[in-house]
Design a protein. Structure first.
Length: 156
């Protein structure tokens, strides 16, 4: 794992919040998540980057909302009251991720984290930090830098 916060807790238990996007399982480090909200309509922005649905007012702060399915190349989500917005923090910025459902908090040891398979796709390596395999289920660990399009700046 190349992520700094994962290295810092080497050998200890890690906690992830799991969620579904386009019927597939993903997760984020629980420390990145600020809250989980029900879907509410957003205000669209003209000329917004791909996958940005618009903005939402979160207690006086205006935050962008990303369609995770669109950002991951899995189609476009038609938001409904059944969807959730996962509010996350990265580099002192808040933003929301549109997902189908939030499933659970997953506790795993570092040795249960598997590297992202070499599928000869730069986008896959940028989007996915690793994989957690439990029983017959595979959950991908999402890299927030990919979601916001800041991956190349963060690595440089």
């Amino acid at each position: 794992m190349s992520d700094d916060h994962t290295k810092a807790v080497s050998g200890s238990e890690l906690k992830f919040v799991t969620f579904t996007v386009a019927g597939q399982n993903y997760c984020l480090d629980i420390q990145q998540i600020r809250e989980i909200r029900r879907w509410a309509p957003v205000t669209p922005l003209p000329h917004a980057a791909g996958g940005v649905l618009g903005v939402m007012n979160l207690r006086g702060a205006v935050i962008p909302i990303y369609d995770m399915a669109s950002r991951l190349g899995l189609g476009i989500t038609e938001p409904s009251e059944r969807n959730v917005v996962i509010v996350v923090a990265m580099d002192d910025n808040l933003f929301g991720l549109l997902a189908e459902t939030v499933q659970e908090i997953l506790s795993v040891n570092e040795d249960q984290l598997l590297p992202t398979p070499d599928v000869k796709s730069e986008s896959t390596r940028e989007a996915i930090q690793g994989v957690i395999s439990l029983a017959d289920d595979m959950t991908r660990i999402l890299d927030l830098r990919f979601v916001t399009g800041s991956f190349s700046r963060a690595v440089a």
